[in-house]
Ligand binder design. Structure first.
Ligand code: SF4
Ligand code: SF4
Length: 344
């Protein structure tokens, strides 16, 4: 479908239309320079330009904490699944976060032939409006091939000057676009900027991996005993911030929470982190990653070796969150590049 031109007011009309039938999660400003995805009550709350949010839109599809089912003992034993999810719209999703949703779809719906019903139900009721962006010093999306992702979006917007170039990628996207009123073709100038966006974006990226994602499994395995892991662990606090903010991390813990009186309860899951000491504790008190260097190495091996081999690509979309928000200023790319250099 040919791209259309939308004004900022048109985009807010699209959001208003979406809000008539769905809850809308959109990036909003938090403080002076931070941004967060938040459920909005007014289209005016959404921002159209932001470098990255602290937490990714993953929270709408895989919440930090949720009840998988609730159970009761009285008046008669029963188990109830969660209520069917309400439809949602994710607005302003950058290409890297679109790619991350694609990776989560695989992890939660296809991996090992198992489909997580809670995730699948939410995903089936989700509409996504993507938003193009320009990289800052933390982004390395071209190194992992996600800089130009459109897959997963129903409607995709590229901000060009005061306007947006809009591409409807699905029927849902076409319906959203139609809600903005009569279609207009972008001006020749806007179209030119839009057509050159990809090369401009690539040229602005300063952080780059020194190896291809497909080379990393063998390369990292050969450096299993590298001193880089010890040196990185000496700076790491095991705080788990890096995994908490990551759009592709999907590890969770499950516990049964029983109410006082033992009449009812819930099976609850919540995010976990491979950087926590207890993460790999097993029955009998053994912890097979009880030392911090083991946990640090595991994070890189998980994303760039194990899941890379299973999924067929790095399980990282180059969003830069784990580096930007690391409490110890540890750079994911810098650690990888140290390993690449050590192997040369
Ligand atoms: S590992 Fe870091 S850069 Fe890669 S997707 Fe996760 S947060 Fe983003
Ligand atoms: S955010 Fe930084 S300090 Fe915290 S666990 Fe991750 S690498 Fe270590």
């Amino acid at each position: 479908m040919a791209p259309s031109a939308l004004s900022a007011a048109d985009v807010r009309s699209v959001l208003a239309r979406a809000m008539e039938s769905t809850a809308v999660l959109a990036p909003v400003r938090r403080g002076r320079s931070s941004f967060a995805f938040q459920w909005i009550a007014d289209p005016a709350e959404a921002v159209f330009s932001y470098p990255r949010t602290i937490l990714p839109p993953k929270q709408a599809l895989l919440p930090p904490r949720e009840d998988l089912f609730v159970f009761q003992r009285a008046p008669e034993p029963a188990v109830r699944p969660p209520a069917a999810p309400d439809p949602i719209t994710l607005f302003g999703v950058h290409p890297c976060d679109l790619a991350a949703i694609g990776q989560l779809d695989w992890a939660m719906q296809e991996r090992h032939g198992i489909c997580d019903p809670n995730y699948a139900a939410r995903r089936a009721h989700t509409t996504i409006i993507g938003l193009e962006c320009l990289p800052d010093e933390y982004c390395f999306c071209p190194s992992v091939g996600t800089a130009h992702t459109r897959a997963g979006a129903d409607l995709f917007l590229t901000p060009v000057g005061e306007e947006f170039v809009a591409e409807a990628l699905t029927e849902k996207g076409e319906a959203l676009l139609a809600s903005a009123g009569e279609k207009r073709a972008p001006s020749a100038e806007a179209r030119d900027t839009w057509e050159h966006w990809a090369e401009d974006k690539e040229s602005r990226v300063s952080r780059r991996l020194k190896a291809q994602p497909k080379e990393l499994p063998d390369l990292l395995e050969a450096e299993y005993e590298s001193e880089v892991w010890e040196a990185t662990a000496a700076r790491c606090y095991s705080c788990g911030t890096c995994t908490s903010v990551c759009p592709t991390c999907f590890c969770f813990d499950v516990e049964d929470v029983v109410e006082v009186g033992l009449a009812s309860g819930a099976r609850r899951r919540q995010y976990d982190s491979c950087q926590f000491l207890e993460f790999a504790s097993v029955a009998g008190g053994h912890n097979f990653r009880g030392e911090r260097p083991d946990r640090v190495r595991h994070r890189w091996f998980r994303k760039f070796v194990h899941l890379n081999r299973e999924y067929g690509d790095a399980f990282c979309v180059g969003c830069g969150r784990c580096t930007k928000f690391c409490t110890a200023d540890i750079g994911l790319v810098e650690v990888l590049n140290s390993i690449v250099e050590a192997s040369e």
